[in-house]
Design a protein around this ligand. Structure first.
Ligand code: FES
Ligand SMILES: [Fe+2]
Length: 387
């Protein structure tokens, strides 16, 4: 409920954050040439982070699992979206279904983690549910009256499959995933990506607000020549472009090889002709280059912490006779990730310092970032108006 002005806490530094004035600190109606970035309070305030959880992350499509993790009927996986525990099951009929993973008895998570089972049994008092979410058994309930068994089913959660991913959305009124991801789905379909196989997941815990990571991704390649010498050598930065869609954006760059610049062997092979950097509001990025696809999912862990999950896919997967290429590609990616993490953590230090509030955009470069801030501002303003 409080945020700190300045890095060091003292009682007089602690002020309640007024969400409306925090939102008013960013004017999304200005052209980018005159716009300022959102105020630091958006990046350090617990109250603002809670508003985002409620109004952004509990109302957005989020990739929670991969289809290839569900092999046989009874396979299930569980987790949490914002405040919403979820469970996905593969039914006897081969259908994937998602439910709110909250036992109708006392509210415990019915299952935790992943596994394979004929039914979902709550560990607390052993109420059990079938793979379609219906209550099967409720032990020792003799004598209960007006017990509507059907009403005690696990509520369904919206589920969609796109490529290798299972997306969930806790908002029952959410429009379909294609309404926001349509341009990215079309682009990846054209680019060709069906043969990609999951190879590895790497998770990073970062000491920054989740938006710092997204901002860094959406800065139109502005920081690449300064912070990523290795990546800079692989790209033709003169060709770097940003294209804005309603709820997504695409950055693209030809490779240095395609531009006929001198590069080393592994780097050129890694990028191929062109690198595509696709972003889906609010927090999912897909990077398609060469024979690779990697995805970044940024999950808030509080106002000044986030977790980024990197999943790596390669054409042919690890069984292909190119382990050296995959290893080299992972090493290149690791270098870039470490450079980006250092940037984001340092930006968070500045945002928390009290000496910085708002910055400016480079109009020809940082349009993706401004687009992100505008979407966020519109969603949050609408939420405050509703309340
Ligand atoms: S809370 Fe699940 S059985 Fe009691
Ligand atoms: Fe970067």
């Amino acid at each position: 409920m409080w945020y700190l002005r300045g890095g060091q806490a003292s009682l007089e530094d602690m002020v309640p954050l007024d969400l409306r004035s925090a939102l008013a600190g960013f004017d999304p109606t200005l052209p980018i040439e005159r716009a300022s970035t959102p105020p630091a309070s958006w990046f350090v305030s617990t109250e603002f982070a809670e508003l985002e959880q409620r109004e952004i992350f509990e109302r957005s499509w989020q990739p929670v699992a991969r289809v290839d993790e569900f092999v046989a009927p009874g396979d299930y996986s569980s987790g949490c979206l914002g405040r919403n525990p979820w469970v996905v099951t593969l039914g006897q009929d081969g259908e994937l279904r998602a439910f709110h993973n909250t036992c109708r008895h006392k509210g415990r998570e019915v299952v935790q983690g992943a596994g394979r089972a004929d039914e979902l049994v709550c560990g607390y008092h052993a109420w059990s549910y079938d793979l379609e979410g219906c209550l099967r058994k409720a032990p020792r309930m003799a004598g209960i009256e007006e017990f509507d068994r059907e009403a005690m089913s696990l509520p369904a959660m919206s589920l969609e499959v796109w490529g290798p991913w299972i997306f969930l959305n806790p908002d029952p009124l959410a429009p379909p995933l294609a309404a926001s991801a349509g341009p990215l789905i079309d682009l990846l379909d054209r680019r060709g990506w069906r043969g990609l196989k999951f190879v590895e997941r790497i998770t990073w815990d970062i000491k920054s607000n989740w938006k710092v990571v997204v901002d860094n991704y959406l800065d139109g390649g502005y920081h690449i020549p300064h912070m990523h010498p290795s990546l800079d050598a692989q790209l033709d930065m003169d060709s770097y472009r940003t294209e804005i869609f309603e709820s997504s954006s695409v950055q693209s760059s030809r490779s240095a090889e395609a531009a006929d610049r001198r590069i080393d062997y592994e780097a050129g092979k890694r990028i191929g002709e062109e690198a595509l950097y696709l972003w889906l509001f609010p927090n999912f990025m897909l990077n398609r280059y060469g024979s690779c696809l990697d995805t970044n999912l940024v999950i808030p862990q509080g106002p000044d912490r986030c977790r980024v999950i990197y999943d790596f896919f390669f054409e042919g997967g690890s069984s292909e006779a190119e382990p050296d290429f995959i290893e080299q590609s992972m090493i290149q990616s690791d270098i870039t990730q470490r450079e980006d993490i250092a940037i984001c953590e340092s930006v968070q230090v500045g945002l928390s310092s009290g000496s910085y509030d708002r910055g400016r955009y480079a109009p020809q470069v940082e349009m993706g970032e401004y687009h992100f801030h505008r979407l966020l501002a519109a969603r949050l303003a609408a939420a405050l108006d509703r309340s």
